[in-house]
Write a protein of this length. Sequence first.
Length: 659
Amino acid sequence: MPPTAIRYSFAVLALGVGLHALHAVTGVGHGALDSVVTDWVYTACELLGTALALTAAVRRRRERAAWTAIGIGLLLWSCGDLVWTLWLNALKDPPYPNVSDGLYLGSYLAVYAGVILLLRARMRPLRSAQWLEGAVGALTIAAIAAALVAPTLVDVTKGNVAEVVVNLAYPVEDLGLLSLVVGAMAMNRWRLDRSWVLLGLGQACNAVADAVFSYQEAAGTYVAGSWVDTLWPLGMALTALAAWQRTPVRTVEDLGSRTLPFTVGFAAVALGVLVVGQFSHVDDVAALLAASALVLAVLRGAQLFRDNVRLLAVSRHESLTDGLSGLPNRRALMIDLEQAAAEANSISPRTLALFDLDGFKQYNDAFGHAAGDALLRRLGIDLQAAVDGHGHAYRLGGDEFCALLDRHAEADDPVILAAVASLSESAEPYAVDASYGLVTLPHDAVTAGDALRLADHRMYALKHGRRATQGQAREVLLAVLAEREPDLQRHMRDVASLARVVGRQLGLDAEDLDVVVRAAELHDIGKVAIPDAILHNSGPLGEEEWAFVRQHTVIGERIVNAAEALRPVGRVVRSSHERWDGGGYPDGLAGEDIPLGARIVLACDAWDAMTSDRSYRDAIGAHEAAAELRRHAGRQFDPDVVEALLTVVLDGDRSFRPH
């Protein structure tokens, strides 16, 4: 059914309900139109409301079962009125109870089921707290209704047992249904969207109509076609309108904690019912319902207290725990370090060991962040195992770890050696290990802050010493190259100078830029193993000679990797002659599978070779060389690297050392 037809249908329904209300309240049309309005307009409104509710059920996939059940409830009620209009109303003395009463009462069961299904569809998951909050609200409403309505109905109800049961069944079922809707709203954390409000108003109309009808019927004052009758089609119209409201599924977290005031309010009302009972008569059922609501409210309060205690404990644990490794974090370290500083003395010293991983960034860049996170978790577990029984391990963030030992420990202490070993992992062509700084409390420092600063200073002193060693290894290799091939050494230094500024142009950080520059300096170091006859051959090379040449990057990687600290450089050296289209050597890598540093070295090497004089040819001009690079971009060279290089060399950037 198109949206326009739905709107027109609701307009017709509203017109029909309004006409019935006008006839009931003002008496307009009494006489000639009595039968038309009280029977046929009334029944037509109910059937149209039922049809609209069932149509909504068909169109709402997630809540189809709920609104189908509610629609069936409306249909049963409409059928009961239709049976009354077409048959029972024509009898001189219709039986009571009758078929219509069975249909009326059966409709409640369907609506009960629909409300429960609707609640389940809209609130996932339903937790014990929500059940308790809903029960408190429902029982309180039931207690109020029982206190106000039940005694009056019992006093005026007359007739045989069947008549009394049916007369009381209507308000009792209305009371239960209204309590269920209120409970559902409470379980929905009082997020009063339009569908719940309309559904609640619809059931309230039915409850008021049934209560007044039962009272008037028992007292002999009921008149067909009065304002009471208008409430039933109005309730159906509101229920049908509720079926067409769209409401998203809400989680407990979405709805937030907004229920406590309502639960406390209902508990206060239930307590009020019991207090009133001390001064005047309150029905026993009402008192029992109110007492039950209070008991559940107390249980909910106890549950809330327990949840808050647990939440506080969880929050404290999370605030002191590193989410990745599960180790205590920096905040936990400072708390423990403050205590250690206060307790440490010459007889019972403490040792702070601060660790920073070396090579982790290259590992993370090569294998991805997921592999890097997995490595950090693994190293954290290993570190805790290494210091277990002697102290505690911590992760301070990034690639920094820490251990606080309950005794004095030097660099050669077995626990320190085990800790350093636990933070080491070899993953070809990368090696991850750790620099560290040790501080003894109270010998080296007496406060937590001083101890942490001193440990950090000592750690970086060791790290810089290692970098100096790396630089020395590089200088040794360059010296060997200078003795063997002086011209080749000059070429490699020129390529390195150009690679430095191109790397900066591409946004490399200091650590990655350092690897690229060193790789550029050493990218042809493997040529020292190539025979002079091949290396200095001015003519074309044969296939066997080219096989020698293609091995120089692999040989270069082996030479560089002999210094373990230069392993990241060795990987770039190996790939420095790979082509963007996959036609390079030694591994046939293509595109972004080639390390960025190697792509930079290849382009810079080509530029220097074209713009430098060689024994077998003269240098070419800058613009001619630029055209050659652009012609091979996307095939031999990375296009982005080519553009960065040409930006540097054609725009006058001379921060690199010229040949």
